[in-house]
Design a protein around this ligand. Structure first.
Ligand SMILES: Cc1cc2nc3c(=O)[nH]c(=O)nc-3n(C[C@H](O)[C@H](O)[C@H](O)COP(=O)(O)OP(=O)(O)OC[C@H]3O[C@@H](n4cnc5c(N)ncnc54)[C@H](O)[C@@H]3O)c2cc1C
Length: 369
């Protein structure tokens, strides 16, 4: 291993973890730097059935069951009308989807990457990254200490903020200003319905999904600039008032006595990508490369997919195969284009509020790649 090329993966989310595993398997010396000291509670709980082949390939499918995540029956949508439409996963060739506890899920991803040989560091934040010959010199902050790491290649898997790639000169291209106001609700008599519920309202749309421990993940999605100040500041009273104006979401929450015990979070959820995804000696993976509207429930699947193909691209590039750059870019570009088309189609189906700014923006021509 000592003579193997050294790669630093910055960010230990789904993209970083899968790439780490691929690189370790291919015999590279891979170090993962994750700023959080332990897997953080992230939003994004619903995994679509389409992720099953990759989960199976990575040997992770059986872990979902064993780690106690919840099978999802399908999607229910009040979209374009007040009548709920159900899309059960029964007939899906890939089987059911999942509602995962992100902490447990990411902890498992990290563990499997370590088992393959990745050198994984929790609580290690990248502070700077500068050129050192053909490679890189990284300054890492850990428990108040500065450490220096020298590597041949760096990967940005830091999520939507793309902290490393932007430091290296890449720019973020944003397609909208979607923002999520998210809460994890608790109840003494939790719901049993494992459908993901999506409900359009004049100001945006609601999403809710049950977790295995009975908590309900609930989010309101709208454009950040359309939010009144109290909502922008995550005021629970304003959020609950808005929730009471919904129909099925309100019924799901109030019908089971759900309450918020943890603070609400205001999170960026826009569709965006970097203008440069692969540079000289670096690459971007997952949300850092391209991030999707949560309507698609595609974020984690896409992050893991790009971690997988990006990991192989890094190994190929380091082996002198320059065509790996174009192959990776082409893959990401096609996936992003397809997703934007589907997104556009989906938003076009909701025509009840043509004058509401949120919907007017999404009906406007030119929304897309
Ligand atoms: C409201 C909302 C709802 C969503 N719902 C869904 C859903 O239902 N299903 C779905 O599949 N997706 C959903 N997503 C998207 C999903 O959460 C993301 O696509 C996914 O987490 C991306 O994975 P990633 O590995 O690219 O980045 P992340 O999971 O964001 O991981 C990036 C990691 O990098 C670390 N990091 C950042 N800076 C540094 C640094 N300087 N040094 C070291 N580490 C650093 C962070 O701590 C973090 O752990 C949703 C997103 C939002 C906002």
């Amino acid at each position: 291993m000592s003579g193997a090329p050294r790669v630093a993966l910055v960010g230990g989310g789904p993209a970083g973890a899968v790439a780490a595993r691929v690189l370790a398997r291919r015999g590279l010396a891979v170090t993962v730097l994750e700023a959080h000291a332990a897997p953080p509670q992230k939003v994004g709980e619903t995994l679509p059935p389409g992720l099953t082949p990759l989960l199976r390939h990575l040997g992770l499918e059986t872990w979902l069951e064993r780690d106690g995540h919840l099978r999802s029956q399908g999607n229910r949508a009040l979209w374009g009308s007040q009548r709920a439409e159900e899309s059960p996963f029964l007939a899906n060739p890939f089987g059911n989807g999942w509602h995962v506890d992100r902490r447990r899920f990411e902890s498992r991803l990290a563990e499997t990457a370590r088992e393959e040989g990745a050198d994984w560091h929790w609580g290690a934040r990248l502070a700077s990254c500068t050129r050192a010959g053909r490679g890189w010199r990284l300054t890492v902050l850990r428990e108040g200490w500065r450490e220096i790491l020298e590597v041949d290649f760096v990967a940005d898997a830091t999520g939507r903020h793309a902290r490393l790639a932007r430091r290296l000169g890449a720019r973020r291209v944003c397609y909208d200003r979607l923002t999520g106001l998210t809460g994890l609700l608790e109840s003494p008599m939790p719901a049993a319905d494992t459908y993901t519920l999506v409900e359009a309202t004049p100001g945006g749309w609601w999403y809710s999904a049950l977790l295995a421990d009975g908590r309900l993940a609930v989010a309101f999605l709208t454009d950040g600039d359309l939010l009144e100040k109290p909502l922008r500041q995550a005021d629970p009273a304003a959020w609950w008032q808005l929730l009471r104006q919904s129909a099925a979401t309100r019924e799901r929450v109030e019908g089971h006595g759900y309450q918020g015990k943890t603070p609400l979070r205001v999170l960026p959820a826009e569709t965006s990508r970097l203008d440069t995804i692969v540079g000289d000696g670096w690459i971007a993976l997952g949300d850092a490369a391209a991030a999707y509207d949560p309507l698609s429930s595609h974020g984690v699947a896409s992050a893991m997919g790009s971690g997988f193909y990006g990991g192989h691209a890094i190994a190929d590039l380091l082996a002198g195969r320059d065509d790996a750059r174009l192959a990776y870019l082409d893959l990401l570009q096609r996936a992003f284009g397809t997703c934007l088309d589907l997104q556009k189609e989906h938003y076009a189906r909701e025509t009840r509020w043509p004058d509401a700014p949120f919907w007017r923006r999404r009906q406007a021509a030119g929304y897309g790649i």
